[in-house]
Write a protein that binds this ligand. Sequence first.
Ligand SMILES: [Zn+2]
Length: 347
Amino acid sequence: MRKCQFQNCEEEIWNKSEDDYCIFHDPQEHKKNSEKFQKLIDEKIEKNDYDFHKYVFPENLDFSEIIFKKYVDFGGAEFTGNVDFSESVFEESCSFYLARFYGESNFENVEFKNKVHFQWTAFSLCSNFKKAIFRKEVFFEGARFLSPVDFEKVKFETNVEFEGCIFEKANFSEGEFKGDTLFRDAVFSKKTFFFDSQFKSDVNFEFAVFHNEAKFEKSYFEEKANFQNANFDTVNFDDAYFEIGRFHEADLRNASFSYTVFDKAYLSGAKFEIDTKEGKNRIKNNLRSPGVEKIRLRRKEQQFCKFKNALQEEGFYDKAGDFYYFEKLVNRAIMFKETVILRKIRV
Ligand SMILES: [Zn+2]
């Protein structure tokens, strides 16, 4: 039997493969029959074989209501159609590191009992994490949500990292964040909802950029809330509660704080401005403090460089090329003082 050319893969070469891959690793997903493929996957799951590393899945795969009993590896996998993980339970840790969801993904009511890795994962269409429960650490560092994502009523029982994520419309309303929460350097391109969210430990939104409305009404920040250098288009903190709110250098020119309760607040260098037409236009034009903007862009440049290297190491040369391009784009922005360039990044 001739084996698939993918490293360490023991599967037989698929008769339709042009490049000596097995049916799982062959990149030509349009040649794969979804029904047959699903059968092969079901057989693997039956045997508790959860190695799906860099698999290329055809359309509409069903992983719902499954109890995964061991470590699950979807690292670098490509889901070319919709995929359903709803109601599934991951007993051990699992990885979606660098995976790509081209269709809609459904993680509603999923329970992750151990660590989960979604670093640099890309979600092209809508993703649904409603009522998902994450019992251990979650890593979404550098993930890109290129369509709306819904985390309504999500439960993060310990630390969660969304550092440097790119969001379109994002809904975290009524979410529970029990551990340290990191949204540093995240970019929120469309409306963002943290309505009635509970942050029970430290939360960090340093250098985060909200290009559209951010709604934090009734949110409850029980420990330190760090919004230093954050940049808001409009933000609403009405009825929110802050134990310790840090807003040094934050752009709060269009922030609403009606009935907000601050036990302690630090606001040195924060920008407040009267709600004038001119003020609004200036925010729209993204005229930020040049010093802060430069730091922000430098941080982005470093981050893209980091992504590029990670992708290269994993052998995703095309995708690494995208990040090399972003890195150069940001570099150009720094050189020529272009401030709105990050809005253009959408791959
Ligand atoms: Zn293979």
